[in-house]
Design a protein around this ligand. Structure first.
Ligand code: FAD
Ligand code: NAI
Length: 475
């Protein structure tokens, strides 16, 4: 007799494991099936985010930022470093330890919340009287039955046509996070989030980094003023970004990788590099789910079709995270996972897609929530804008990091905050206040009237709010 569960979650990334924990908190009998293997073949819960995404990339960004600070910025503080060097293998090993702490943390949370974990690939067998039969193929094979199924199988890196990842010379995010010696020359295709973050890691460690981007502008989704400010900083750092290119043939040899491409001006060019990271976006992953067995509907991109509540075309089958529409972000996946678990329990789970923050963990960091100035113009919304530069913030001066600004956009009539865009130090942390403000539909005046600690970077958010009303105090 197959084991019966109220909820079976397929996928143990941020969408899946959080959904499983929330469903268990609400009294459901929950199983989570995840196939990710660590280097010993054991389970490694946490999905892309924990194993080859958010967590390892931020570990490497932190290590490389320390090196950058010691190499170029400690001297400003009167600190002399002699014989500075970096042991890249050790940096990568530290990253692996951070990943393992997160893997183990999720296993602990499953035990604590009594979520039954199955290590292996989950696939649909058929609908049955008690719900859906799911086959788990791991070290052994078994079938379990769930009244509700939450699919959270995530996404995979997209390869360039005709250039598959070999993870030695042509790297996806997986291989990119396992480079264990600084290459002399590194190429990246795509100046999106991964391109800029991974390009920054290796540029800081002395690698000659070139990023080839197909679009004529950098970071088209970011507020134009903020993207321009970020580009200025990247140029100053020596991160080479070529915009508007058309990538042609890619050849590998013992020496490395040769990329032929056409520049924005139409010149035929070649780029010779030791390794090439291809970061041109990700595709939803439904490989091996056997969706045909139950008739689960996919769209033309291969994403599972869901409504605003994450319901699929099948009763009792839900899908969340990267495998469905919307931004491919860990916190978006988590919010959807929580909301679905609450809906299954008869509650009114809710995700506000208007207040999902974005962060790019470069230096300076870029973070935003809500609409950009360009979107407001396109939507015909009358708005007021206020900006405040970190150059005029005492804490930023003390930190020695005055790049960038906070920009606040508010409705011209009601003063409701419609978007906040930050480029500068700790933008990833500063954005939280702005998300909260927008969630509570605050006005710029609300932020301007709140007491912010001094000296703190967050005073720049308050000053940007004051700037909306043209009454900054420190600029
Ligand atoms: P995933 O995390 O992809 O998890 C899916 C899980 O399902 C995996 O463990 C997979 O093995 C498993 N699985 C798939 N099919 C099956 C099956 N049939 N049976 C069993 N198991 C299966 N987002 C941020 O918000 N912040 C960041 O800083 C950030 N940095 C990133 C850096 C990089 C390099 C990359 C690649 C991504 C980054 N992301 C970041 C995006 C983030 O990782 C994803 O949005 C997030 O992981 C999506 O969560 P998910 O649960 O939908 O899927
Ligand atoms: P992306 O969508 O951010 O960027 C891809 C870039 O590649 C775009 O600028 C696009 O114009 C360009 N491109 C596409 N095809 C090209 C081609 N043939 N030649 C040249 N350029 C081309 O995708 P990326 O960087 O792969 O990241 C995938 C996703 O992972 C992100 O969209 C994001 O959702 C998530 N992520 C989030 C992070 C964060 O939150 N800090 C960090 C890293 C990834």
């Amino acid at each position: 007799m197959s084991k019966q569960f109220d909820v079976i979650v397929i996928g143990g990334g941020p969408g899946g494991y959080i959904a499983a924990i929330r469903a268990a908190q609400l009294g459901q009998n929950v199983a989570c099936v995840d196939e990710w293997k660590n280097s010993q073949g054991g389970p490694a819960l946490g999905g892309t985010c924990t194993n080859v995404g958010c967590i390892p990339s931020k570990a490497l960004l932190q290590s490389s930022e320390h090196y950058e600070q010691a190499s170029h910025h400690f001297a400003d503080h009167g600190i002399t470093v002699k014989g500075l060097s970096i042991d890249v293998a050790k940096m990568v090993a530290r990253k692996d330890t951070v990943v393992k702490q997160n893997n183990d943390g999720i296993q602990y949370l499953f035990k604590k919340n009594k979520v039954s974990f199955f290590h292996g690939r989950g696939s649909f067998v058929k609908a049955s009287a008690d719900g859906y039969e799911i086959k788990v193929a791991g070290a052994t094979e078994e079938t379990i039955v769930g009244r509700h199924i939450i699919v959270a199988t995530g996404s995979n890196a997209r390869a360039l046509p005709g250039t598959p990842f070999d993870e030695e010379l042509i790297l996806s995010n997986d291989g990119a996070l396992r480079i264990n010696a600084a290459p002399k020359k590194l190429g990246l295709i795509g100046a999106g989030v991964i391109g800029l973050e991974m390009g920054s890691v290796w540029r800081r460690l002395g690698t000659d980094v070139t990023i080839l981007e197909g679009l004529p502008t950098l970071l088209g989704v970011v507020d134009e003023q903020i993207a321009k400010e970020a580009k200025k900083a990247f140029d100053k750092q020596g991160l080479k970004i070529e915009l508007g290119v058309n990538v042609g043939e890619i050849k590998t040899s013992k020496k490395g990788v040769t990329v032929t491409y056409t520049s924005a001006k139409g010149e035929a060019k070649t780029l010779e590099v030791d390794k090439l990271i291809v970061s041109i976006g990700r595709s939803p992953n439904t490989t091996g789910l056997n969706v045909e067995a139950v008739g689960l509907k996919l769209d033309e991109r291969g994403a599972i079709v869901v409504d605003a509540d994450c319901k699929t075309n099948l009763p009792g089958v839900w899908a969340v995270g990267d495998v469905v529409r919307g931004p491919m972000l860990a916190h978006k996946a988590e919010e959807e996972g929580v909301a679905v678990a609450e809906r299954i329990a008869g509650q009114h789970g809710h995700v506000n897609f208007q207040t999902i923050p974005w962060v790019i963990y470069t230096s300076p960091e870029i973070a935003w929530v809500g609409r950009t100035e360009q979107q407001l113009k396109a939507d015909g919304v009358a708005y007021k804008a206020g900006t405040f530069p970190f150059l005029a913030n005492g804490r930023a001066r003390a930190l020695g990091d005055t790049t960038g600004m906070v920009k606040m956009l508010a409705d011209a009539k009601t003063d409701e905050i419609l978007g906040v865009h930050i480029v500068g130090p700790m933008a990833s942390e500063l954005i939280a206040e702005c998300v909260m403000a927008m969630e509570f539909r605050a006005s710029s005046e609300d932020i301007a009237r709140i007491c912010h600690a001094h000296p703190s970077l967050s005073e720049s958010t308050k000053e940007a709010a004051l700037a909306v009303d043209k009454r900054t105090l420190n600029f």
